[in-house]
Ligand binder design. Structure first.
Ligand code: BYC
Length: 330
């Protein structure tokens, strides 16, 4: 039923209960994955592969939309003309990333309207980190430097994955994210080498963001629900713990060299295993935040609902205009 063809609809839980993939096609599909081939929208794919991709790409798209909000609130207060220009461009880029990702998810059969409805109703998740407030300008620099860095670690790896439209979207996103990271690093350095008040503000921001950043990569591999399946099908190209470790390898030295302290006395690299060890990051907090009970979840969704409702007339007008162009006299 969901094995190929040109018109799909999102697989429901009932469909899944009744669904059994054709074993021969499944074997051929897995051989293509093993051979490193890209899967394209009209190719046969297992039911669960389609369902998982929709979930993951949609969550990623929502993260870009909601992720623009904490930084967006600082556009009017950015310190200086150049920082303001860069921030405006960055926030616009994030919305562009969402467009690319929603388009990639649509190729799997879920409409954009359904995705937005699921975001607004709280059914779909988005990244934990965007449910925390950006209280000071230093928060914006931590987002631009370290959250963009964390996102790049994830996206550079997954751009080499198996689903063509998602990989191509990630490649384009990574070009822009690399610039975001550079501007974030530049703003981070400016505060780190600035006055005592600026450095204290930066330290305070990092103290508040560190745990959410550790959470960003998802639960530990042992607790990950989808990780194994997604790695087998090359949707995720590394496990949550491996990506977190890679991030710590790359960015802990960059933070420390600026004289900023990482707020975890137990953070250290175990040289014999090559793995970072850190304090228990309170996975209960992570679960609460991703399930709707973080400091800003209600506020973030309220802003999106307001935008959705107040801009409905624009969408309707555009739709009418498009119909007029495609169907004369409509
Ligand atoms: N936040 O089985 P697991 C950006 C959920 S935005 C929320 O390990 P998976 C930017 C997970 O969904 C880019 N939920 O999951 C924008 C699952 O719940 P469900 C953000 C999370 O999928 C603006 C459950 O926990 N990047 O760069 O194998 C300004 C079990 O987890 C999170 C992406 O969105 C989380 N952090 O792996 C600045 C990357 N982690 O669905 C910057 C795309 C886990 O069963 N996503 N959960 O109810 C992914 O690569 C993967 O989904 C994850 C998790 C690695 C995050």
């Amino acid at each position: 039923m969901y094995g190929g063809g040109y018109i799909f609809s999102e697989p429901s839980d009932k469909d899944q209960k009744d669904h059994i993939d054709d074993p021969v096609k499944l074997q051929e599909f897995e051989a293509r994955i093993d051979a490193g081939e890209k899967i394209e929208p009209h190719d046969w794919m297992p039911f669960e592969y389609r369902k998982q991709l929709i979930r993951l790409i949609e969550q990623h798209a929502h993260s870009e939309v909601i992720g623009a909000l904490p930084e967006g609130t600082w556009i009017t207060r950015a310190p200086g003309f150049k920082r303001k220009l860069v921030l405006i461009a960055k926030v616009q880029d994030e919305m562009g990333h969402a467009q690319l990702l929603y388009s990639a998810a649509e190729t799997l059969g879920k409409s954009r309207e359904a995705m937005i409805n699921d975001l607004l109703s709280g059914k779909s998740k988005y990244s934990n980190v965007f449910n925390y407030p950006a209280k000071t300008w230093a928060d914006v620099t931590v987002i631009g430097f370290l959250i963009d860095a964390a996102a790049i670690v994830n996206q550079v790896a997954n751009a080499k994955g198996s689903y063509g439209p998602y990989c191509r979207a990630l490649e384009r996103i990574c070009y822009e994210e690399s610039f975001h990271l550079k501007q974030g690093h530049d703003a981070f350095i400016a505060l780190a080498v600035g006055t005592k008040a600026q450095k204290d503000m930066l330290q305070d921001a990092l103290n508040r963001w560190w745990r959410p950043i550790i959470h960003f990569f998802g639960p530990s591999d042992k607790a990950s629900v989808h990780g194994e399946k997604l790695m087998r099908w090359k949707v995720k190209m590394a496990s949550n713990d491996d990506m977190r470790n890679q991030f710590l390898d790359m960015y802990v030295p960059k933070i420390l060299e600026l004289g900023i302290t990482i707020p975890d006395p137990n953070l250290k690299k175990n040289e014999s295993t090559g793995r970072w060890e850190f304090s228990d990051p309170d996975w209960n907090e992570f679960k609460r935040v991703i399930n709707g009970d973080g400091p800003c979840n209600a506020e973030r969704l309220a802003v999106r609902k307001f935008a959705e409702e107040s801009n409905r007339w624009v969408r309707n007008a555009l739709l009418k205009q498009t119909m007029k162009q495609t169907i004369p006299y409509a």
